[in-house]
Write a protein of this length. Structure first.
Length: 366
């Protein structure tokens, strides 16, 4: 079901002691906003602050305390949004020695997971390369983040699964350490892991059936080349149910002292002409692949939520050739997109590119 598209944007952003910003207020254009300036002066930090409001954490630095300005005690990121014709005020704050707080219209969330998906957002950044070069963990996180933004129950199943998983791993370590074993205790964890894991697997499989065709279409529109690309979901659960897998791998798990099978071992396989893109794709093909993944994420979220997600483009003009940039820009020129935030080192380059788009814009020189 495609919901009727509604309007959402970020009107103002105020930062206090956030990374390198001591105190800064931005007043945004409803369509296109560019942060320009030399490297190291906070262009990416401004984008990350917006990411923080959507996800309650940094895209670039998982260690929360490191987002506090050096020598200060706290940070505050404060954003005023309009969504469905209502004003929404979001605040993320962190004080040393205390827990992070996320507030919506003055009321603190009890669970951060309740906030995920409220502000749909997609970021395209050079850091996306990790999706190709790093381990399966990065690709699962990508998949989980897309599904979680449109499915609340998925996120709670995932959190529950990971909690049981770490308890089962702790139990396996305890067995090894104390040279003991108890089938009954293990059976309880196996049962819970199977119940959550099976749901997670079904949801990932269902999601990818919708996502892959969107992704392929996006790739073909960015790259005018003839190669065939593919994306496939790799999971042990296609062949055997999780309960059987856990039983079959019991001796292996006891020896390793951790759980070696389950949805926490799933992966996404990125292919070009049937070969792994990591080894066989050119740099240009890899970049197109990553951008297509992110634009497909945008399409999927828009389809699910009925809201055009906020799009953050971090330093992408630096890393892409003009042909790809103009492709992206022409996509952006489409009604399809909502509000866009861009960071770039060259003001004149950005302005030249943006003038091709017949939309309102603001440039912030940092």
């Amino acid at each position: 079901m495609v919901k009727h598209s509604t309007f959402m944007n970020l009107n103002t952003l105020s930062l206090v002691n956030y990374k390198n910003f001591e105190s800064q207020v931005f007043d945004f254009d409803a369509k296109i906003n560019c942060f320009v300036g030399a490297n190291g002066i906070g262009k990416t930090n401004a984008l990350d602050a917006i990411y923080h409001l959507a996800f309650g954490k940094s895209y670039f630095n998982p260690i929360a305390l490191q987002n506090i300005k050096h020598g200060e005690e706290f940070f505050v990121v404060d954003g005023n949004f309009t969504k469905n014709e209502r004003n929404e005020k979001l605040i993320v704050s962190l004080k040393r020695g205390q827990k992070k707080i996320i507030k919506r219209n003055g009321k603190a969330y009890e669970k951060f997971s309740e906030h995920i998906g409220f502000i749909p957002l997609v970021i395209i950044s050079p850091a996306d390369r990790d999706l190709i070069t790093e381990g399966s963990d990065t690709r699962r996180k990508f998949m989980d983040s897309v599904i979680s933004q449109s499915d609340k129950s998925y996120l709670s199943q995932l959190i529950a699964y990971n909690k049981i998983l770490s308890q089962r791993n702790a139990l396996l370590k305890y067995f090894a350490l104390n040279n003991t074993f108890n089938t009954d205790t293990l059976a309880i964890y196996n049962e819970q892991l199977t119940s959550y894991g099976t749901e997670i697997f079904k949801k990932r499989d269902h999601f990818l059936k919708i996502f892959i065709p969107i992704f392929k279409e996006r790739y073909n529109s960015i790259s005018q080349s003839k190669e065939t690309i593919d994306l496939s979901y790799k999971s042990d659960l296609f062949d055997t149910d999780l309960s059987t897998l856990l039983d079959n791998n019991l001796n292996k798990d006891k020896a390793l002292q951790y759980t070696s099978v389950g949805t926490h071992k799933d992966d996404l396989v990125f292919l070009i002409d049937d070969f792994p893109i990591k080894k066989f794709g050119s740099q240009g093909q890899q970049k197109s692949y990553l951008i297509a993944l992110k634009l497909a994420q945008f399409d999927f979220l828009k389809q699910q939520s009925g809201v055009s997600p906020i799009l953050l483009l971090d330093d992408i003009f630096d890393k892409l050739d003009e042909n790809r940039v103009s492709q992206i820009i022409s996509l952006v020129d489409d009604e399809h997109f909502g509000q866009i935030f861009i960071s770039d080192t060259h003001a004149d380059r950005t302005e030249a590119i943006i003038k091709q788009i017949h939309q309102s814009y603001k440039i912030f020189r940092l």
